[in-house]
Design a protein around this ligand. Structure first.
Ligand SMILES: [Zn+2]
Length: 359
């Protein structure tokens, strides 16, 4: 039942009636006077809050009420109390709704608009492939090494058996770093291979390590050339390491990248820091009888590799009579391009969010 002053008046009268007939006492007189003062209120004044106060009066003075009337007076007072409480609760609810409505009108909040989309980040494809390869190699017991991007001429060239007059120093289009006269010459490393020598100086053989990282060439930039790109060097030094181990490691590497067995072939290749040196080709993973990626040959030139040259082992402080090793230099940027069919190397470090958010 909803609250109305008339209904409250009716209940107040029902409470007072048995009290008036009962034997008088000062407490009872006081209670009756209080009830009458509520009954005398105007309709406007006899609102739910006043009605609640009125109901509290007899409930708080039960001892003044003669026994036979207590049941009826108590029950009626409770009815009045519940009616008033229900009305007050309804009023509070209406006020809260009104406040919410006012707030909605004041701001331009619109609960029917779609929520703002949360932009999700993603790994750059180079980072993703690097991590995959690191996982693959560490699962086989290899170590992941890092090296400086600004390298000494000694580590970048000399220790790798690249003679001072060797054309590689020219063909690698080196960025030389300005250094004071007489100080050792510094370069932006042109390959990750100097870390081979650093690793040999630091680690005791036998060891297996990969070195992913950035390298730099002073090249004119086009769709397939970039001044900054990524390589991953691999180096194994141990007793009785042979070309067979090299082939096994390369097959595992390709299986890890492409998720299936990839046929490979080795062609002789010349690099000063390996002897013998090879160019490793992989059977084109995208076609059966020639496509644009493999230039219709069904083979893709993937990486240079070979057995570590004795001079390089010596430069790293390792006795080539006791130890042998193999090394490979994987073009990480090129591999990422192959894997995701990216046709322009400039996308990789171009910093365009539209490009990287596709992965
Ligand atoms: Zn192909």
């Amino acid at each position: 039942m909803t609250y109305a002053p008339a209904r409250a008046r009716e209940l107040l009268a029902r409470i007072a009636e048995p009290l008036r007939a009962a034997p008088r006492s000062p407490e009872l007189d006081a209670l009756l006077a209080r009830l009458e003062s509520f009954a005398a209120l105007s309709d406007e004044q006899l609102n739910a809050a006043s009605a609640l106060e009125a109901a509290a009066a007899p409930l708080g003075a039960m001892r003044a009420i003669p026994g036979p009337s207590r049941g009826l007076v108590g029950a009626t007072s409770n009815e009045l109390k519940k009616l008033a409480e229900a009305e007050l609760a309804a009023q509070a609810e209406r006020a809260a709704q009104a406040a919410l409505e006012a707030e909605r009108k004041a701001s331009d909040f619109d609960a029917t608009l779609p929520a703002a989309r949360v932009e999700r980040g993603a790994l750059h494809p180079i980072v993703a492939v690097t991590r995959e390869l690191e996982d693959l190699f560490t699962s086989m017991g290899w170590t992941v090494l890092d090296g400086p991007e600004v390298e000494t001429e000694e580590f970048n060239f000399d220790a790798l058996n690249i003679q001072p007059d060797h054309p590689a120093r020219e063909t690698m289009d080196t960025f030389w770093v300005a250094t004071p006269p007489g100080a050792p010459r510094l370069v932006m490393r042109t390959h990750t291979s100097p870390v081979q020598v650093r690793a040999m100086k630091r680690l005791k053989p036998p060891f297996r390590a990969i070195v992913p990282g950035k390298v730099f060439r002073n090249e004119s930039v086009d769709a397939s050339h970039e001044h900054t790109f990524h390589q991953m060097e691999g180096l194994v030094v141990g007793k009785g390491i042979s070309v067979g181990h090299l082939i096994g490691a390369m097959k595992t590497l390709l299986r890890g990248i492409f998720g299936r067995e990839i046929e490979i072939r080795l062609r002789p290749g010349y690099f000063p820091f390996v002897e013998p040196g090879f160019e490793l080709d992989a059977r084109c993973p995208f076609c059966k009888d020639g496509c644009s990626v493999c230039k219709r040959s069904t083979w893709i030139e993937l990486l240079p590799c070979g057995m570590v040259h004795p001079n390089v082992l010596r430069a790293g402080g390792i006795d080539p009579e006791q130890w042998t090793g193999f090394a490979f230099g994987l073009g990480l940027s090129r591999l990422v391009m192959l894997r995701y069919s990216i046709d322009d190397i400039r996308h990789l470090l171009g910093g365009d969010v539209r490009f990287v958010s596709q992965f």
